[in-house]
Write a protein that binds this ligand. Sequence first.
Ligand SMILES: [Zn+2]
Length: 491
Amino acid sequence: MSRRIISRAIALSMLAGPLTAQVPKPAANTAAMLASLEAGAAHYGEVAKQIWQFAEVGYMETKSSALLQSELRAAGFSITAGVAGEPTAFVAEYGNGAPVIAILGEYDALPGLSQAATPERSPISAGAPGHGCGHHLFGTASTAAAIALKQWMQANNVKGTLRMIGTPAEEGGAGKVYMVRDGLFNDVDAVIAWHPGDDNAVNGNMSMANISGKFRFRGLSSHAAAAPERGRSALDGVEVMNVMTNYLREHIPDGSRIHYVITNGGKAPNVVPDEAEVYYVARHQDMRIVNDIWERITNAARGAALGTGTTFELQLVGSVYSLLPNVTLAQVQQRALERVGGFTYTPEERAFALQLQNSTAFTKLPLEVTARVKPLMIDSTGAGALGGGSTDVGDVSWVVPTVQLSAATWVPGTAAHSWQAVAAGGMSIGAKGMMVAAKTMALTGADLFSSPATIATAKAELMRKRGADFRYSTALGTQKPQLDYRKGSVP
Ligand SMILES: [Zn+2]
């Protein structure tokens, strides 16, 4: 946490009093809903464990998506599978009319992070994918919340439409961006989501906007020693482009990030590579700055191709907006989270966590964090601290008022996208944290269904923040979801 963030947090906590005063009356008869989630905890733990074992990467989450759909179908939701050109996306719906409240659920894994549910590094299958971002818990908790909320709606004769939207390929595939672009959220009034984490908190933070894509260079192959003059190295194109973008770093706004990996660098040093590929991501909080940086990176590719006698084509992989926090909804979710509360470890979980914290590069934080709920970290302007990552929930948050929390599914101090996250996510710590999220989302949903005025206030806040001239558009233009973007990442 940077100093800037800490000082902001102090300023924010001083605002907590006046902000919470606007929260509407809690929904009635929610005790049974929470009890049903408690009773279902073991079952949902099993569902999450199965998805953890499937460990399917973006747009390949066939079994994970089918499992969540079957849970929702069995609970009486009607299912539309394969939406927005994404075969593993789905919409599960119950009820009709206004308001329309959607819960988001992700379920994609990350390449190369295979790891057993053990407190020391131990891949189940070397190089295979693993749930390093806890999305198996994400999709499962959202499903559990939707089912409990539906039962509450039925029992209390609540009007409105509840949707659970299964959103694939969050990790770099921009799955939700195509859904937003294709109008899937046009009639939605509020969106509830969460994300696995190492504490229990309503997320008032901004995230970074980004653009990502693969630059595929083509040259001419030839014998690297006998006829090098006849070759044109596609790898030279990639390397010269990288040199140019590395010089660019000094001349872009603070807070920008540029990262790349060479995904194809040729096959053998004695053959001039006729194909090479580099995969880039550029980020900044402000989408306009990202657009500018991306244009300059693309110019570096043009210059590199010209100078090395090669050509290139660009496959745009993803582009996401920053996350726009909604204070109105965050206050409702904060009260729900405070009612649910955190959880404590059993002696076995404690031993697991302490051993995990001994692994290299682990920032040890007190385990007691899991029992607490953080105060709402959002200021009166609605801009929280800036988180380092990006999420395609960002695009959703610019078109529908959106709220999300984090729950302590990981041992305090765990970095996302680490084997330690996979390990805790595959055992009871992850399952316990997931139920904090499920209960909080169900309660938040019940409160919103019970208070049309709150939804109206949340919408007005969104309109005010994004400005009168805002029109949603995405750098992805009219292209189809890149269903093969993870091709080659699974051994
Ligand atoms: Zn994630």
